[in-house]
Every structure is written in C-alpha cells, then in structure tokens.
Ligand binder design. Sequence first.
Ligand SMILES: [Zn+2]
Length: 274
Amino acid sequence: MDLLNLISSVSLNPFLIGSTAAALISIISFKLRLLTKSGAVSSFILGTVVFSFGQFKWSIPLIAFFLFSNLVSKVGKTYKRKFENIFDKLSQRDSHQVFANGSLSGFFVIIYLFYPDEIFYLLYIGSLSAVSADTWATEIGTMRETVTYNVLTLKKTNQGSSGGVSMSGFLGALLGTIIIAFSAIFWIHLNIIYYFCLIIFSGMIGAYIDSVLGASVQLQNKCTICGEITERKIHCGQSANQFSGIKFITNDFINFTAAVSGAVTVFFINVIMN
Ligand SMILES: [Zn+2]
C-alpha cells in the first residue's frame, strides 16, 4: 500500500484518528507535567470518545478548554505556590479531575450519536463553560493578593479558601466562559447575542454553585500538626482529620456538580425561551 492509499484509508477511520490525536495530546501533556499518569490515561479515553464520535464540532471546544485551562494553570502555578498547603491539587491534573471536568462531554457526545438534536451540543458547551469558569476563577483569583469574601456569609476570608470569591476571580470566570463560547461558534445556529448570553450565564451559574458548595458542604480537613484548614488528606506528613463538610463532597465532586449545573441552566433557559 502506498502512502496516499494509507492516508486515505486512515482518513476513513475516525476512530483511528480520534485515538491517535487523544494519545498524542495525553502523552505530550504528561511529558509537560500537565497531567499525572492516571490523568493522561483518562484523558486518552475521554479524548478518544469525543474526537472519534464528535469530530471537529465536539473536539475543538474540548481542546480549547484543555489548552486554555492548562495555560492559565501554568501561569498561575508560580503565584500559587503559597496556597499549595491549602489546595489538594496543584496544576498537574489526575484522573479524578479529568473525569470531574470532562465526563459529561463524553456522555453528551454519545447521546448525540443516537439523538442528533442540537440541544445536546448546547448542554455540552454549557457544561464546559461552567468548568472553564471555575478553573479560570481559581487561577486568576489566586494569582495576586486580592480581597476575598465567603460567597455565603460575605465576610472576608482567606484567599484560596473553598467558597471564597473575589473581583479578579469573577473576571477570570467570565473570561473562561467567553473562551468556551467562542470555541463552538462555527457550529451554532442561534442568534449570536442570545448564544453568548446563554453560554456565559450558564457558565457563571455553574461557577457560582461551585462556590456555594465549596463554602457549605465541601470536605475540609484540619492538620493535626499545624492546625491549618486544608483540602488535603495529608498535611505536614500526617493524615489530617475531617474538620467540616461531608466526606464524599470533595473538590472533584463539586467540579462535576458545576458541570452538571452549567448544562441544566442551558436546558432551563432553552425551555423558557422556546
Ligand atoms: Zn500542617
């Protein structure tokens, strides 16, 4: 088989292209320390599903989310050093994080295979918008010293604490939603103003719900050595005790909830507007 035949037979097989692209992205991200080993394996699985079944229409927004989230995380990483004892995870993403942020993408692309209704694509973009908003809010909100408030009590709180909100975090979230809205723009048949409002609003609602859950029910541990409140299981080399919140409501669980909230918001607005 000559090269031309090989290429044309490859292009007939979306699964082969999808899995190759997913493998490349996962391996490069692992080498760049954007993903842990488990994170690379899960993004390979998720990427294969979305790229193979979804083609460019579904792949571009997911890649945009991944690329820009990693970019802002890498930039934020140097600034975030001082929070590393509070946050459970820093910029290297593991399988829990990959699935918390992306499992809905795989879900919607498969649903769309059987029921090719554009609403599922919008729900997908809404869910991506929410997780992008959350990522950007955290990264931009902790990049510089800034006044941070607890989203529920509106009292001043430590920068980087769960449920903390700030003006720079809000602007970061907004940027995160706008990037996702742009990434899908070629495949949208709605009024463009309505579309942008829909995706930005849904993403912000998702990020808001993320903050509310972070301020109320998210699991917080307390270090037995230094007494710091942390998302981490291990602090100062010792396992930290549960301090507040509910045991299974981890940061990953809340990110997944935010993704669902973004999609649900799109759904309800769509129902109201039609
Ligand atoms: Zn400690």
